[in-house]
Design a protein around this ligand. Structure first.
Ligand code: ZN
Length: 418
């Protein structure tokens, strides 16, 4: 039976560190429990992780962590697995006990997960979370707060979190996920109070292996998808299983051969933007409709008598608030979709560059390798590099809030001119 760390692909060092910390945390609970409530020890199974005499049982465990790594490397997978190990009755993340099961299934009462739906996590959400995190864990182990995309905290929300991390309640653990510990992602003061677990881009062979083992994907499809996804586990799985995702990728990789002139460059830019919009809309429409229906039901359609007019005004405010949140989420989904397309495109020009340099490395996109080879001959290494840089510059510009259409048009012109 695989334990909770089984899905953390190609991250042996991080897993070793997290296992050690989970064992230390279990030891802390045993010592702490012995001081106050002997009943808790009797309830838990006896383990071999009791700290040796004279050793500080808290060594190896800390109350604030940051998981960093490129998108798809498994930051939130690692955070959730560690949370499960903390709640595991064996203190190991066995994968079988109720603590492991409920945490992995997202229903453990003492594990809270913050997933920003819009562009940022606001201060109200963070304050409420910090307040609840300070309460005593109902399961007798730890209160765990997982913050996905901690780089999207607003400054005020970051400050609210910092206060909690500075004076942590004794049984609360914060697990933050962010691309890096660069000050743009995580404030220096929060960083200084957390232990960092760096995750690396998992090798394609490790990603392919997990697709075969867990998702039952055919080995040759798994190999192709793992390489095409460039180490992004979730993306590899989608490419292997979702024909729509494959179709979108093919359309993106058709861009280089469509760039035959200025008009074609603008057309390609429009097509790329519209494809990202369509993909994002498909992703959020269902959730939007369900949310609106749920809110309208909760507010009660119609209503008469005293207070009804006031209630209607309140309802309008809540609906407006919901629309604002949904719009922010749609924008985020569009940016994410566009970014995926740009990563695919960067992979194509990276292939052209390595071919021009005759570097002995496998191509990212095996299915467009011939096309990349033709590009390499035409552009040489220098022209391939300039095009790769144009794609990366486009990503950076969008990240810096340049309007996506402007950035993509500039990129397409650069790709055409070289
Ligand atoms: Zn367990």
């Amino acid at each position: 039976m695989p334990d909770v760390f089984a899905d953390l692909v190609g991250q042996d060092e991080a897993v070793t560190e997290l296992r050690r910390a989970a064992a230390a945390a279990a030891a802390v609970l045993r010592v702490g429990a012995a001081d106050r409530t002997p009943a808790l020890i009797a309830a838990g199974p006896a383990g071999d992780d009791r700290a040796p005499a004279g050793v500080d049982p808290s060594a190896g465990m800390t109350h604030a962590w940051i998981f960093t790594g490129p998108p798809g490397s498994g930051r939130s997978v690692a955070a959730r697995a560690f949370a499960a190990a903390l709640q595991c009755v064996h203190g190991t993340g066995c994968g079988e006990c109720p603590g492991c099961h409920t945490t992995m299934g997202g229903t453990h009462a003492d594990v809270r997960m913050v997933v920003p739906e819009g562009l940022s996590i606001g201060v109200g959400e963070m304050r409420a979370l910090v307040l609840r995190a300070a309460s005593t864990p109902s399961g007798g182990r730890w209160q765990v707060v997982i913050i996905e995309d901690a780089d999207r905290l607003t400054e005020a929300a970051g400050n609210a979190l910092l206060k909690a991390i500075e004076e942590p309640p004794p049984r609360t653990v914060f697990l933050l996920c962010a691309p890096s510990t660069h000050p743009d992602d995580i404030s220096v003061t929060i960083r200084s109070r957390c232990r960092v677990v760096p995750l690396r881009q998992p090798p394609a062979t490790a990603v392919a292996e997990v697709l075969v083992r867990r998702d039952g994907v055919a080995p040759d499809v798994a190999q192709w998808a793992a390489a095409a996804a460039q180490g992004h586990v979730g993306r590899a799985r989608r490419l292997a299983r979702d024909p729509e995702a494959r179709k979108r990728r093919e359309a993106v990789l058709a861009v280089p051969r469509r760039l035959t002139g200025v008009g074609a460059a603008f057309d390609a830019a429009s097509a790329l933007i519209e494809a990202a919009e369509a993909e994002a809309e498909a992703a959020v429409t269902e959730a939007d409709t369900a949310e609106r229906a749920a809110l309208e039901t909760a507010l009660g359609a119609g209503g008469t008598g005293r207070g009804a007019a006031g209630a209607m005004r309140g309802a309008a405010g809540q609906l407006k608030e919901l629309e604002k949140r949904q719009k922010s989420r749609a924008t985020r989904a569009q940016r994410d979709a566009l970014d995926r397309a740009l990563v695919d495109l960067a992979g194509f020009y990276r292939d052209a560059l390595t071919m021009a340099l005759r570097a002995p490395v496998a191509p990212v996109h095996t299915d467009t390798a011939a096309l990349a080879g033709a590009g390499a001959q035409k552009w040489d290494a220098e022209g391939s590099l300039r095009r790769l840089e144009a794609v990366l510059a486009c990503r950076a510009a969008i990240e810096a809030n340049v309007k996506p259409r402007i950035a993509v048009e500039a990129m397409m012109l650069a790709l055409w001119k070289g």
